[in-house]
Each structure stands twice: as structure tokens, then as C-alpha cells.
Ligand binder design. Structure first.
Ligand SMILES: Nc1ncnc2c1ncn2[C@@H]1O[C@H](COP(=O)(O)OP(=O)(O)OP(=O)(O)O)[C@@H](O)[C@H]1O
Length: 306
């Protein structure tokens, strides 16, 4: 069993990366204006000679923002979310949560954070009922009505051993555990990956309610773009170890155009002038001379990032 996931996230042992000489921590931001998440210059490589997964990454989330974190397999989404929570030690830079250094949070800030890891390795020999009772003891705020409501709506067997639940059921349990204490910041690493379409819809509806009711700040990584479109009002693209593009989803979608045809070079010039080179993807046609210019979907925007 992986302790990182079986314990409340802040009780997990911190995973360190080799320190590098000459790289100083940044000064802390002022707590009174502290955003839920602030990251400055985060650099993290696995091993001294590996290229960094996070390469001087800066990022900030404002209260109530819902941000979908997109990136290809291996782009570093999990690494970023773990470093953001102080579970991974960077070689340089710093993350702050509500103004406190992520690796030195006090109990009051920890209680404001919910985390659903990518792999929900829960206590396999406990039942959901026992697990939730255990977690309840860590939190001053715990919404039992919400827990009971979700357990019954999501038809989760409460007295079966967790080890005997399906992967999707375990993921639902992990989500209930993270929502139960009504966090102000929710960090979700591919929360819908093992859920069926109905489960995804229920979960996303719950997330939207949570955000609308409580103004929760949410960051979640996903590969499923249609899910993003249902819930993430902001999208952030992780590429080359940095957040390369972030913006409201509707604005980004407005910029998704589809242009093709003869003379596309000239067309492309217009589009370049209007939207900037980042928002275009160029593809040669089989015909040769003409260039097909497309800026179609979010995926295209992402692929088109230099
Ligand atoms: N413990 C580790 N030791 C060494 N390398 C690692 C470790 N964890 C992750 N990596 C490497 O770091 C890179 C980023 O991995 P990470 O899991 O953060 O990416 P991701 O964007 O979450 O991927 P996915 O979408 O596949 O879940 C990958 O190249 C991966 O192989």
C-alpha cells in the first residue's frame, strides 16, 4: 500500500529530490492577499542528470477559479500537483497555499485542502464506512449529510472491504473523502479516469455544485476534453515544464477556428496577425504548394504551442 494515498495527504512522507547548490528560495508572498495557490520558479528533476519535469514553473490560482490542467502523458501534471501540495520537494522555487509555504502548512490550512490522487490506494482492509470514520477524526469540519448523500447516490457498498471494490468505486470513495470536509481548495489528479460516463456526469455535477455553493478553488488534471468543457472555466496547458497558456475556456474556444484552402499562406498571415502564432497549427497538404492552416480544437491549440 502506498502511504502517500492511504493517509491524509499531509501525513504522507515528503518525497525529496536531490538538492542543487546555488538555488535560493523565493521570499513568501504577503498572507493578507494570499491566493489559494501561488507557485514561483518551481524546478524539479528526477535525478541529478535528468532534464527537469518542471522547469522554472510559475502559476497562480485565484479564489473560486476552476482550472483544468492539460498536458500530454508524461508532461508532469502529477509531479506538478504533488509539488504544489508540498508532497514533492523541488530543487528550486516554492509553492504557497493560502500564503503558507506548501511544505510547512499549519493545521488550519491543511484542513482547507482536499486531494484526490491519481491512484486511490486506500486502506484495502477497511470498509468505506470505517475509512470515512477514520478520516473524519482529522478534520474539524465534516459534512456527514453530504457524505451519506453521495454514498447512497453513488450506490457505494459501505460495508464491503475496500480491496474488494472496483477501481471506479474506489475512485468514487476517494472523491467523497476529499469533498467531505468541504475544502476551499480541491486538487484532483485525473479524478474521472476510472469512472463510467454516468459516474463522470455525477461527479462533475457534484463539483459544479461545490464550486457554486462554496466558491471552492478547483484544479484538476484530465485527458478528457469534453469533461473540461462541462466544468472547467479555465484551462491551463502544461508543456516543456511550464504553464504555457492559461485562459477562460470560452475565450480559448472562441479562438478555435477552422481555415483551409488555396492561398492559405495568405489566410494564415491574417490569422497570425489576429491571433498570434501560438494559436495556429500548420499542416502541409498533399498538393504541395498550398499550406493548410487550421486552428481548430483545444488540442490543436495545445499542439501548436511552440
Ligand atoms: N518517481 C519518479 N521517478 C523518476 N521519474 C519519474 C517519477 N515520477 C514521474 N517521473 C517522470 O516524470 C515525468 C512526468 O511524470 P508525471 O507522472 O508527472 O506526468 P503526467 O503528466 O502526470 O503523466 P500522465 O498523463 O501519464 O499521468 C515522466 O517522464 C515520468 O516518467
Amino acid at each position: 500500500m502506498n502511504l502517500l494515498h492511504a493517509l491524509p495527504w499531509w501525513k504522507a512522507p515528503r518525497r525529496s529530490a536531490p538538492a542543487q547548490a546555488g538555488l535560493a528560495l523565493h521570499a513568501a508572498p504577503l498572507p493578507e492577499s494570499a491566493p489559494p495557490v501561488q507557485i514561483e520558479g518551481l524546478r524539479l528533476a528526477y535525478g541529478r542528470h535528468s532534464s527537469p519535469v518542471l522547469a522554472g514553473l510559475d502559476w497562480q490560482l485565484q479564489p473560486g477559479q476552476v482550472v483544468g490542467l492539460l498536458g500530454r502523458n508524461g508532461a508532469g501534471k502529477t509531479t506538478l500537483l504533488e509539488a504544489l501540495l508540498g508532497l514533492r520537494e523541488p530543487q528550486a522555487g516554492q509553492a504557497w497555499l493560502f500564503g503558507q509555504p506548501a511544505d510547512r502548512l499549519d493545521d488550519s490550512v491543511r484542513a482547507r485542502i482536499g486531494y484526490v490522487p491519481q491512484q486511490s490506494d486506500l486502506f484495502e482492509d477497511l470498509s468505506p464506512r470505517q475509512l470515512l470514520a477514520y478520516f473524519r477524526s482529522f478534520y474539524p469540519r465534516w459534512n456527514e449529510a453530504k457524505v451519506e448523500g453521495l454514498l447512497s447516490r453513488w450506490e457505494l457498498p459501505q460495508d464491503k472491504l475496500i480491496g474488494q471494490l472496483s477501481v471506479g468505486q474506489q475512485q468514487r470513495l476517494s472523491i467523497i473523502r476529499a469533498l467531505a470536509h468541504e475544502p476551499d481548495l480541491l486538487v484532483l489528479d485525473e479524478p474521472v479516469a476510472s469512472l463510467d460516463p454516468l459516474g463522470r456526469r455525477d461527479f462533475l455535477r457534484e463539483l459544479v455544485e461545490q464550486v457554486l455553493d462554496r466558491g471552492t478553488t478547483v484544479v484538476f488534471s484530465t485527458h478528457i476534453l469534453s469533461d473540461l468543457e462541462r466544468v472547467a472555466f479555465n484551462v491551463a496547458f502544461l508543456k516543456g515544464g511550464r504553464i504555457r497558456l492559461q485562459g477562460p475556456l470560452d475565450e480559448l474556444l472562441e479562438q478555435c477556428r477552422w481555415v483551409q484552402g488555396p492561398g492559405a499562406e495568405a489566410h494564415g498571415g491574417e490569422l497570425l496577425a489576429r491571433f498570434g502564432p501560438r494559436l495556429l497549427v500548420r499542416r502541409p497538404t498533399v498538393a504541395g504548394a498550398d499550406t493548410l492552416v487550421q486552428a481548430v480544437t483545444l488540442e490543436d491549440l495545445f499542439e501548436g504551442l511552440a
